[in-house]
Design a protein around this ligand. Structure first.
Ligand code: HPA
Length: 274
């Protein structure tokens, strides 16, 4: 990642051979939320392995395509499948697509993920509006020399999850009768799910949710001045005193059930975005 600027230019140059559009909104579709991709009336799609410098997704539940199309009457660029630290990528690789989407023209990024619930008031299948995060990955995509033309050396994480967009999401959830919870997301490396003791610790530290993604992408989005709105789907409950066996298959199955609800919510939010 020596010449990040040049790599971004090459990726965008390739995408520009397919479209001259500049979508103002980017969406990252999380685990099992590929169904959300159906909400994208796609004009075209590009497999990641065709885009210069894009990592290639290694998780089966993540398809690995960049979609350009319409959602809620607006042109969007959507990532069907994302990259994770546990796959062996660096956080610079994990967040490269967020840089590319910015260069394509996005001003706002909607992120979604599957997460374990730490807050005992949550239930499997709940949609949670992310209010904040705790970076528990022991790494940061901005470590290394800063390119001041991309963003500041010490980005502020005030309002990381944009307050106006959160208020809009809450209003839409009321109007559309799609209940949502609110919570703080703890980002971990994975690939192990947590022990009971770890779930307990994360709850004590202030987390409502835990998952293996999203935090690096949000950090880079904020570094480059992109506004963020985030949602989690609670796929399993991390209650230390009532822990049940879990598996990736179960997580994907719950995410797929909740997907259409989140998809409708996001469509309605996008319709009402200015
Ligand atoms: N822990 C970490 N990541 C997750 C979980 C979890 O319980 N559920 C979905 N992603």
């Amino acid at each position: 990642m020596e010449n990040l600027k040049q790599m971004i230019d090459e990726a965008v140059g390739f995408i520009r051979t397919k479209t001259k559009d500049s979508p103002k909104l980017g969406i990252i579709l999380g685990t099992g939320l590929g169904g959300l991709a159906k909400a994208v009336k796609r004009e075209f799609e590009i497999p990641y392995d065709q885009i210069p410098h894009f990592p290639v997704s290694t998780v089966e539940s993540h398809a690995g395509k960049l979609l350009i199309g319409m959602v809620g009457g607006k042109r969007v660029v959507a990532m069907e499948g994302r990259f994770h630290l546990y796959e062996g990528y660096t956080l610079k690789q994990v967040t490269f697509p967020v840089r590319v989407m910015k260069a394509l023209g996005i001003e706002t990024l909607i992120v979604s993920n599957a997460a374990g619930g730490l807050n005992p008031q949550f239930n499997k299948g709940d949609i949670v509006l992310m209010t904040d995060h705790i970076n528990f990955q022991g790494d940061n995509p901005l470590i290394g020399k800063n390119d001041d033309t991309m963003g500041p050396r010490f980005p502020d994480m005030f309002n990381a999850y944009d307050m106006d967009l959160r208020n809009l999401a809450i209003q839409v959830s009321i109007d559309e009768k799609i209940p949502i919870q609110k919570g703080v997301y703890v980002g971990v490396t994975g690939p192990t799910l947590e022990t009971a003791a770890e779930y307990r610790m994360m709850r004590i530290l202030g987390g409502d949710l835990v998952g293996m993604s999203t935090v690096p992408e949000v950090i880079v989005a904020r570094h480059q001045g992109t506004k963020v709105l985030g949602f989690s789907v609670v796929t399993d409950m991390g209650l230390p005193d009532a822990l049940e066996a879990c598996s990736h298959q179960k997580i994907v199955a719950v995410a797929e059930i909740a997907g259409p609800k989140l998809s409708r919510l996001i469509e309605k939010i996008v319709e009402r975005m200015s």
